[in-house]
Design a protein around this ligand. Structure first.
Ligand code: NAD
Ligand code: USQ
Length: 382
């Protein structure tokens, strides 16, 4: 299948591009290198040294003989996007290319506006591009579990049957996102729903949970193929942050009580989920939604697992309860459906202390790259 991976230089997109290429798909990457620029802006870095995208794809070609074409450009530049779509004629468009940090979107007005412009306009351009140039192309859009928030009822996969005043309907599940970033994903979902309805586009929204780990079989083939790994207070995510903190002797930064519960999945499952979505397009005009996570954990569950795993590696780690920089529930009900991807063949890589120990072993060799001032959270919601 001809697949464009937009955001293919990023944490989820790069291993996905490699995995799909390995499976025999014909891959082109679109990326404007924005993520590397945000590192410069934040005086931060990936824990792992990462090669340029040109070096990465050249190494992939050298090792496998497989070519991945790259287009350095912005989804917000429609003329650029249109030319790529004309040239590539993709059958699927896997769209990772957004500003994905909740704290980054909450820095100030400029960052909130940038996040929503970048994400919402980028996705709107992709929808117009598909309509205009490749109407049969399947849009596979990375959404987030955070679109739903933490309601006091079980979360369905996209839609809920509601009975109201004696009448029934199947409606989009209510959205209660917790940052201007998460809101951008909700706005995207609404725009995609509408575009499917009016133009007959086919799209899949993958409401992904928090991703942990960094390696896949493909990224491990050579140091030049290494994936990026974020640990700082802006782009680092819960479990990966805790693992890295344990290797540098930093207390684990649990925000508030730590009862915040989320869906999680290993990066190895992210790449497979994209393949499953590509293999299972919806009908024209349909917007299908899969909840893409494999297990639920509270932040405290994860911190305790990291403490135990780190101990086995000879690392003494303590848990700190920091004042929560975010506005969110710290103790709440959370139960979300996630059967659709597994029904289509996903075999989850579940989280064990062994898995955490493996990640610790990988990150420990790069721990000297940690910029310590970047570990504590500095962005607040208020
Ligand atoms: P990332 O920041 O590592 O990668 C995103 C890539 O998109 C970067 O390489 C960036 O340069 C590129 N990009 C951003 N805006 C662009 C634009 N306008 N035009 C072209 N390229 C652009 O992020 P990630 O962790 O790989 O996340 C990828 C997607 O998955 C995002 O949409 C994110 O919301 C979603 N997601 C991520 C996680 C997670 O835990 N990392 C969880 C759920 C959902
Ligand atoms: N948290 C801590 N300590 C930390 C970091 C986070 O307690 O050091 C808590 C947060 O307060 C939050 C939870 O852990 O309650 C998750 O935070 P996170 O930073 O791991 O994840 P989040 O901000 O939700 O964003 C990440 C990705 C985003 C994706 C989302 C999936 O950056 O792109 O959409 O995970 S989800 O959480 O399901 O919405």
């Amino acid at each position: 299948m001809k697949i464009i991976v937009a955001g293919g230089d990023g944490f989820c997109g790069w291993p996905t591009a490699l995995y799909l290429s390995k499976q025999g798909h014909d891959i082109a990457i679109i990326d404007n290198m924005a993520r590397r620029k945000w590192d410069n802006e934040l005086h931060s870095n990936s824990l792992t040294p990462i090669a340029s995208l040109e070096e990465r794809v050249a190494k992939w070609k050298e090792l496998t003989g497989k070519e991945i074409r790259i287009y350095d450009g912005d989804l917000n530049h429609y003329d650029f996007l249109r030319e790529v779509l004309k040239k590539e004629q993709p059958e699927a468009f896997a769209h990772f290319a957004e500003q994905r940090s909740a704290p980054y979107s909450m820095i100030d007005r400029e960052h909130a506006v940038f996040t929503q412009n970048n994400n919402v306009t980028g996705t709107l351009n992709v929808l117009y591009g598909i309509k205009e140039i490749v109407p049969e192309c399947h849009l596979i859009k990375l959404g987030t579990m955070g679109e739903y928030g933490t309601p006091n009822i079980p979360i369905e996969e996209g839609y809920i049957e509601i009975e109201h005043k004696g009448r029934k309907d199947v409606l989009p599940f209510p959205k209660q996102p917790g940052s201007f970033y998460h809101l951008s994903k909700v706005h995207d979902s609404h725009n995609i729903t509408f575009a499917c309805k009016i133009w007959g586009i086919k799209a899949t929204d993958l409401n992904q949970g928090v991703v942990y780990g960094l390696d896949t079989d493909e990224t491990k083939m050579d140091p030049v193929l290494a994936n990026r790994l974020d640990y700082d207070g802006v782009f680092g995510t819960a479990l990966n942050r805790f693992i890295i903190q344990s290797t540098i002797g930093h207390d684990l930064t649990v925000y508030g009580k730590g009862g915040q519960t989320r869906g999680f999945l290993n990066i190895k499952d992210t790449v497979r989920c994209i393949e499953i979505a590509a293999e299972n397009p919806p009908e024209n005009g349909e917007f299908q939604v899969f909840n893409q996570f494999t297990e639920e954990f509270s932040v405290m569950d994860l911190a305790k697992m990291v403490v135990n795993a780190a101990k086995e590696e000879g690392l003494n780690t303590e848990i700190a309860h920091l004042e929560n920089p975010r506005v969110e529930l710290e103790e709440h009900f959370f139960q979300a459906e996630n059967t659709k991807l597994q029904d289509l063949g996903l075999e989850p890589n579940l989280l064990t202390e062994e898995v955490i120990r493996d990640i610790i072993k990988t990150v420990i060799s790069h721990k000297d790259r940690v910029i310590k001032e970047n570990v504590l959270p500095q962005v607040t919601w208020k």
